[in-house]
Design a protein around this ligand. Structure first.
Ligand code: A3P
Length: 339
């Protein structure tokens, strides 16, 4: 039935008075500051506020968390391929490819994009659930920092859900983000933000879902507190030992591979299916679009650039790299984490 929406009233009006600033973002829009981080717009903040108030995590939920441009697409692909694999005795058919018709991003809901900012009602005025789960898919994605997750997700005692986080060398994350937003701007005939200006903004923490270092640290510290609940991954490690981490991921989220599956090459098959080369060469990722006919419409191919470690060497001067390394060292000092 058709959804009617009623607003939260006062609190929502307050989102309009949150600080805004030009940052590293899509379409050169101003970013909005909320709970220590920068967001795309006030309507996203309203959805986050609403999710924090109404989202109730279930023990079966698996959260795929990341800051943008750290390997989200890859992690989503691996997690989705793992949970949706059908195991049959016949080796050839043990993993059908779910990515032929949609990008990994379309395989799971994104909390801050899909959660309604207002209470949904049906035609009779009855309150509808805020969030409909697909019983076959326990995965939910988010770019939210750990500190802004709904409490039922982040709290150690409450729900028993799992969290997987991926992070990446800040220099490669920045270079990836710079290119992503530059291409997005070009697709709308807009001037891309110059590299040096983008660099300043990123270093100042003024990037989408930034400050990047605070994002990483939040999940890192939480993963030390709650190691059974939060799996903390690094893009660089995963590139080096993809099979190992795919196996670890599967086990952590309660979908571990049987020895029969391991013997049948299911892990390798999933790793290959989710690899940059395979995904980026699929027709849907070469010519398809995501969020078609909305303000966020974009070409799927923007999610696949190079997929390499240390591409920053081709784009940053030694001075820029040294400056970012210093920020990283200072920010992560004493945390036990290196990036
Ligand atoms: P580069 O711009 O350095 O190539 P996100 O998915 O969080 O938006 O991150 C995008 C980055 O991940 C891009 O990095 C992209 O090329 C890379 N990427 C996308 N799919 C990948 C895959 N299957 N394996 C490894 N890296 C991938």
């Amino acid at each position: 039935s058709k959804r009617n929406l009623s607003s939260h009233g006062d609190e929502e009006d307050n989102f309009q008075s949150l600080p805004t600033r030009q940052g590293l973002s899509a379409f050169n829009c101003d970013l909005v500051h909320y709970q220590g981080f920068w967001y795309l717009d006030t309507s996203m903040v309203a959805r986050i506020f609403s999710a924090r108030r109404h989202f109730q995590a279930q023990p079966s939920d698996i959260f795929i968390c990341s800051a943008p441009k750290t390997g989200t697409t890859w992690l989503k692909a691996l997690a989705f391929a793992i949970v949706s694999r059908t195991t049959v005795d016949d080796d050839d058919d043990s993993t059908a490819n779910p990515f032929l018709s949609k990008t990994p991003h379309e395989c799971l809901p994104i909390l801050e994009f899909t959660f309604p900012s207002m209470t949904p009602h049906d035609d009779n005025g009855s309150c509808l659930p805020f969030f409909n789960r697909d019983p076959k898919n326990p995965l939910i994605a988010t770019h939210l920092p750990f500190s802004s997750l709904p409490e039922s997700v982040s709290d150690s005692d409450s729900s028993g859900c799992k969290i997987v986080y991926i992070c990446r060398d800040p220099k490669d994350t920045f270079v990836s983000m710079y290119h992503f937003f530059a291409k997005l701007a070009a697709s709308r005939n807009m001037e891309p933000i110059p590299l040096d200006k983008a660099f300043e903004l990123f270093c100042n923490g003024e990037s989408s879902f930034g400050p990047y270092w605070d994002h990483v640290l939040g999940y890192w510290e939480a993963s030390l507190d709650q190691p059974d609940k939060i799996l903390f991954l690094k893009y660089e490690d995963m590139k080096e030992k993809t099979g190992f981490y795919a196996t670890k991921l599967a086990e952590f989220i309660g979908h571990g591979f049987s020895s029969e599956e391991e013997g049948n090459g299911v892990v390798e098959k999933i790793v290959r299916m989710c690899s940059f080369d395979c995904l980026s060469n699929l027709e849907v990722n070469k010519t398809g679009k995501i969020a078609e006919n909305t303000a966020w419409e974009m070409e799927n191919k923007l999610y696949f650039r190079k997929g390499n470690v240390k591409d920053w060497e081709n784009h940053l001067t030694p001075e820029m790299a040294a400056r970012m390394d210093l920020i990283t060292e200072q920010k992560l000092s004493g945390s036990g984490l290196t990036l």
